[in-house]
Ligand binder design. Structure first.
Ligand code: 13P
Length: 248
């Protein structure tokens, strides 16, 4: 039985004061969450959030990582720095990084490996645009994104990593994939992994992301291959986020 995970991706939102309040709100209810709980604040607030989470079961992750270990890479943050700040997880390949920062599947795969080399658990994000879905290319797109990582890191790497299916057209739009649409892609992604190892595929957590709210989380999380969620907007309100965790 796979344990579910609910992760909050705060993106570039918040201030020191609002984040203090958000974390306090999450901590007040996270103890009763059936799902594991993860929060991913902006890099600059990692130390603050790590201190606030200390002694709790809520896990800390970052939103991005450099492929490099150290050196002249202005503005970048390495996996060892994230580790030192208390992160155990990191998002890699979020569609906003792929689209806005031009990250290729090859670069995302290198980031995944850099994170893994430091013992961080990557949450590898994959997802198709509306145009790709309408052209019937959903499975081809998400498989290419996933296989780029499997080719570089190997299937065993997924024993210590998480996959997140986030259809781009559902992110921040209020348009959630139906539970059936999401399940179909999750099952395909698990099949991609199963072609390399049935055992690893069976244990791999696959999160759904894209306009998840307390009102639709239970239906999504009830699907056979959906093991929790990656939450954007609704993770910025403790009450909404905890409502989603409760469905986990
Ligand atoms: P929303 O929940 O705001 O649609 O964002 C999803 C997401 O991108 C999480 O990484």
């Amino acid at each position: 039985m796979r344990k579910s995970l609910v992760a909050g991706n705060w993106k570039m939102n918040g201030s020191s004061a609002s984040i203090e309040e958000l974390v306090a709100g999450i901590l007040a209810g996270a103890g009763s969450s059936p799902a594991d709980v993860l929060v991913c604040p902006p890099h600059v607030y990692l130390a603050q959030v790590a201190a606030a989470l200390s002694g709790s079961n809520v896990k800390l992750g970052a939103q991005d990582v450099s492929v490099e270990a150290s050196g002249a890479f202005t503005g970048d943050v390495s996996a060892s720095m994230l580790k030192e700040m208390g992160c155990s997880y990191v998002l890699v390949g979020h569609s906003e990084r792929r689209a806005i920062h031009g990250e290729s599947s090859a670069l995302v795969a290198q980031k995944f490996v850099a994170a893994q080399n430091e013992g961080l658990i990557s949450v590898l994000c994959v997802g198709e645009t509306l145009e790709e879905r309408e052209a019937g290319n959903t499975v081809a797109v998400v498989s290419e994104q996933f296989e780029a990582v499997l080719d570089l890191a190997g299937i065993d790497a997924m024993k210590k990593a998480v996959l997140a299916y986030e259809p781009v057209w559902a992110i921040g739009t209020g348009k959630t994939a139906s539970a059936e649409q999401a399940q179909e892609v999750h099952a395909q992604l698990r099949a991609v992994a199963a072609a390399r190892s049935v055992e690893v595929a069976g244990g791999m957590q696959i999160l759904y992301g894209g306009s998840v709210k307390p009102s639709n989380a239970a239906e999504l999380f009830a699907m056979a291959d959906i093991d929790g969620g990656l939450i954007g907007g609704a993770s910025l309100q403790a009450e909404d986020f905890l409502g989603i965790c409760a469905a986990g």
